[in-house]
Design a protein around this ligand. Structure first.
Ligand code: SF4
Length: 406
């Protein structure tokens, strides 16, 4: 009997030119933490110009107007807990049949009582940042003692209440070789998915030392191996899809990856530290084929609309235009949705149709949102088994049902 194989890359069951798969709303930039990688360069006090409750309800109506299946609605910050209308807005979004997730900061505001209240209001999922396997690395990253313990407590509460949990880890030199221990932590405590965030040099993250493209390649192959026992994904690491396709092809051919993919010492060190770890991929989660402006839209705290939270180019503002109009008609969004407009290596890459690279990193590094993703080490055309690639794209259908977080 042939074992069931999930698609190597999942495609949203929607026309991404007409509607997003995910809408991220930056509710506020207020936050009591001072994380080293913060995209939003969060501040203790809210901006008086941030969308008010009436405007937020209008935004939720707009998101619901994209129709069924509704986009996943993610409330982020700053710290969403700094908004006094958070519970009201979660309840309103749930009443409009939007699947609601939020990404709080682990401060004293994040109590068991509040999480319980949000669950009752309709919250389906939350994401928590875990940048170290213990307080030494994590709290140093976050800039305040006690954050790690509060994160563990919120994780436990969410699991007890049946709220889905995504764990996010920013991959940087500060925690690179702690990743195997974080993997074991996630496996032991349980999570819907573990996401490795590949730093984009914007906000405070611009000051952090990034990995090289070769090191990133090693990390992505490590994350693929971790996927044997924990569902894994990447954020702003779109070429993880290329790694998944390469590894799938090599597995089917019975070929070990190290030599063919020229994996380096970082991979070997991470892999050795991961043991013992299951060798079979029973938990493997196929990456979702969405990208900045293509299934994905970000609304800032003051209502500007961006293809991603890491791309500061505004395409409009929900205070003067509808979100549907901006998403469907903005020249920027339409350019980003067209793989034929990509330039550099991404423009000639055989994987571009399901990868396309991080448009945010391309913009941050060169000012060209359609250019090369410098964190990808791949030279187009060099993978040894070219004929095996396209059949894995799965473009004809077999789309995934919407997850609660992606
Ligand atoms: S060259 Fe661009 S499209 Fe190709 S795998 Fe790398 S990031 Fe993706």
């Amino acid at each position: 009997m042939t074992a069931h194989r999930p698609p190597s890359v999942r495609h949203p069951r929607i026309d991404v030119g007409q509607r997003p798969f995910i809408v991220i709303w930056e509710m506020t930039r207020a936050c009591d933490l001072a994380c080293q990688h913060c995209r939003a360069e969060a501040q203790p006090l809210p901006n008086p110009l941030e969308l008010n409750t009436r405007e937020a309800r209008s935004l939720i109506d707009e998101i619901a107007s994209f129709g069924a299946p509704p986009p996943l609605f993610v409330m982020t910050g700053g710290d969403p807990m700094k908004r006094p209308d958070l519970t009201e807005l979660v309840a309103y979004a749930a009443s409009r049949h939007l699947p609601v997730a939020f990404s709080p900061s682990a401060t004293p505001l994040l109590t068991r009582g509040v999480i319980t209240e949000l669950k009752a209001a309709g919250l389906k999922a939350l994401s928590l940042s875990v940048d170290g396997s213990g307080p030494e690395i994590h709290d140093a990253f976050r800039g305040i003692d006690g954050v790690f313990e509060r994160t563990m407590a919120a994780w436990e509460t969410a699991r007890e209440l049946g709220i889905k949990v995504q764990i996010n880890t920013t991959v940087s030199r500060l925690n690179l070789f702690d990743l195997p221990r974080i993997a074991h932590l996630v496996r032991a405590r349980g999570a819907m998915v573990w996401s490795g965030f590949m730093l984009v040099p914007v906000g405070r993250g611009a000051a952090l030392e990034q990995l090289s493209a070769d090191e990133c390649e090693d990390v992505m192959n490590f994350l693929y191996d971790v996927g044997n026992a924990i569902p894994t994904k990447t954020t702003e690491g779109h070429h993880f899809r290329r790694v998944v396709l390469e590894r799938t092809i090599l597995e089917r051919r019975g070929i070990a990856p190290e030599g063919t993919l020229r994996l380096g010492p970082t991979y070997r060190r991470l892999r050795a530290a991961l043991e013992p770890w299951p060798a079979q991929g029973r938990e493997r989660r196929s990456p979702m084929d969405i990208n900045a402006g293509r299934g994905f839209v970000f609304v800032s705290h003051v209502g500007t609309v961006h293809p991603s939270g890491f791309m500061p180019i505004p395409a409009g503002n929900v205070r003067v235009q509808t979100l549907t109009e901006i998403y469907r008609q903005s020249p920027l969004f339409n350019d980003l949705r067209d793989p034929a407009r990509l330039t550099g290596r991404c423009g000639v890459c055989e994987f571009a149709v399901v990868c396309g690279g991080s448009r945010s990193r391309a913009f941050a590094s060169s000012g060209d949102a359609l250019g090369d993703d410098p964190l990808c080490a791949y030279t187009p055309g060099t993978f040894s088994y070219q004929a095996d690639i396209a059949p894995l794209f799965n473009l004809s259908g077999a789309a995934a049902s919407p997850p609660v977080l992606s």
